[in-house]
Ligand binder design. Structure first.
Ligand SMILES: Cc1cc2nc3c(=O)[nH]c(=O)nc-3n(C[C@H](O)[C@H](O)[C@H](O)COP(=O)(O)OP(=O)(O)OC[C@H]3O[C@@H](n4cnc5c(N)ncnc54)[C@H](O)[C@@H]3O)c2cc1C
Length: 402
């Protein structure tokens, strides 16, 4: 009889592949499943900050292999209303890296497979297999849909790394859409954008923000993030935010990107010759709140464990480190038989709570047009706080420790 997998990892994004890599290297029998086949695209700013690279450097040559396929990112340029502009390099010659997510995610998955994880693509998880009610809400595996059938796939531990709208976290009431902020992201790739250097760019505006990043091969990544105000004229209205489950696309993607660029004093001229070379991808509502880090038999990792806003460009760091922490918790649960989701909850709080607090303050600032105006006017005269924030957003303390 085939041996039951020790762990099923749902989702082969950065969190899932990192969790699988750590588990497989520790000798666990791991099966990774994803509803997509790889390589697959993913809407993202495509930038790894220095802290993310430091995490990858802890796994053999992975960091260097990824650097070899990427553009080095020296730091960030941040602009705001009223000509506020600050460009800062990361300290100590630290670098980030920019490459398309289809390439990054494939490399991470290949590393997990090379370490011994088994990968099954094109399999969508429909929900958890729940244990007997009297045993409490214990997860015993996952119900999956393949091209031909629905099946139960048991495992001793399940790691849900299936992204923002995690089927498993939502099914178990561990996650829900946040009432606020209600932001949507629109992303596309371009060529022939003028003035793209070796810095990531964040253009903060009263109605949202625009990220621009250079990519290998002369490509440029553009992400536009807009707040949806219920009842505002124009975009379709989202339903009662208390329900928190309306995922209907609220704006016309082409128009949103065209008007964001066309009306922007900094970007208008730089995109005058630009050619869009991809479809536009839309994602939202972005903010998902997670109530806990799992259940007995289930551990959450990456965006499945909560996601608010991509503004600080550190989601990949949370995903990679969250994958490591989930794997560590899974190994504890496998060896002791004792549920480890509380251990994971505490480990995540210890490592992430400080950064979450800073990110929350920044997000509130950007959500208020008045806050943006005041911050921009301060930054136009005094750039030091913005430089410090660029270092914090880049998680440079992790890279300095190495
Ligand atoms: C607009 C935008 C820009 C961003 N820019 C940056 C940036 O520049 N830098 C940065 O660090 N972070 C950025 N982020 C955040 C970053 O993209 C995420 O934090 C990161 O992708 C999380 O990784 P993950 O592995 O948790 O989830 P994902 O990357 O979303 O992977 C989840 C995987 O699960 C699979 N899956 C989903 N449901 C199922 C199912 N039911 N069954 C089976 N498989 C399933 C999916 O196919 C997918 O492969 C950005 C996010 C957004 C929205």
């Amino acid at each position: 009889m085939p041996r039951l997998p020790d762990a099923i990892v749902v989702g082969a994004g950065p969190a899932g592949s990192m969790a699988a890599l750590v588990l497989a290297r520790a000798g666990a029998k791991v099966r990774v499943i994803d509803r997509a086949s790889f390589p697959r695209d993913k809407l993202c700013g495509d930038t790894l900050n220095p802290g993310s690279l430091a995490i990858l450097d802890g796994h053999g040559s992975l960091g260097d292999d990824i650097r070899a396929r990427s553009l080095p990112i020296r730091g960030m340029t941040v602009t705001g209303p009223g000509n506020a502009l600050v460009t800062a390099d990361y300290p100590d010659d630290l670098r980030g890296a920019a490459l398309m997510r289809r390439d990054l995610d494939s490399m991470l998955l290949e590393a997990a497979i090379a370490a011994g994880a088994e990968f099954t693509p094109d399999v969508a998880v429909r929900g958890p297999i729940a244990g007997p009610a009297e045993a409490g809400p214990h997860v015993l595996g996952v119900r999956v849909a393949t091209a031909s059938s629905e099946q139960d796939w048991p495992a001793r531990v399940v790691i849900a790394a299936d992204g923002r709208h995690s089927t498993l976290a939502f099914a178990l009431g561990l996650a829900r859409y946040a009432a606020a902020p209600r932001r949507w992201a629109f992303g596309a790739y371009f060529t022939d954008v003028d003035g793209v250097g070796r810095h990531g760019e964040m253009h903060i505006r009263p109605d949202g923000y625009i990220g621009v990043a250079p990519l290998p091969g002369g490509m440029t990544n553009l992400c536009v993030v807009r707040e949806l105000v219920a009842g505002r004229k124009g975009p379709r209205r989202i339903g009662d935010p208390r329900r928190g489950a309306d995922t209907s696309e609220p704006m016309n993607a082409e128009q949103t990107i065209a008007s964001a660029i066309g009306s922007d004093v900094v970007l208008r001229d730089r995109f005058a010759r630009a050619r869009r070379i991809s479809d536009i991808t839309t994602l939202g509502p972005l903010a998902v709140e997670a109530r806990d880090a799992g259940r007995p038999g289930l551990l959450l990792a990456g965006d499945a464990a909560g996601f608010i806003d991509p503004m600080t460009g550190d989601g990949l760091r949370f995903a990679l480190r969250g994958g490591e922490l989930a794997a560590d918790a899974a190994l504890r649960e496998l060896s002791s038989g004792v549920p480890a989701f509380e251990y994971l909850r505490n480990a995540r709080a210890r490592e992430f709570a400080g950064k979450w607090r800073i990110n929350r303050v920044l997000r509130s600032l950007v959500a208020s047009p008045r806050g943006v105006a005041v911050a921009a006017s301060v930054a136009a005269r005094w750039s030091a706080p913005v430089r410090v924030l660029i270092g914090i957003a880049g998680d440079v303390h992790l890279a300095r420790r190495c």
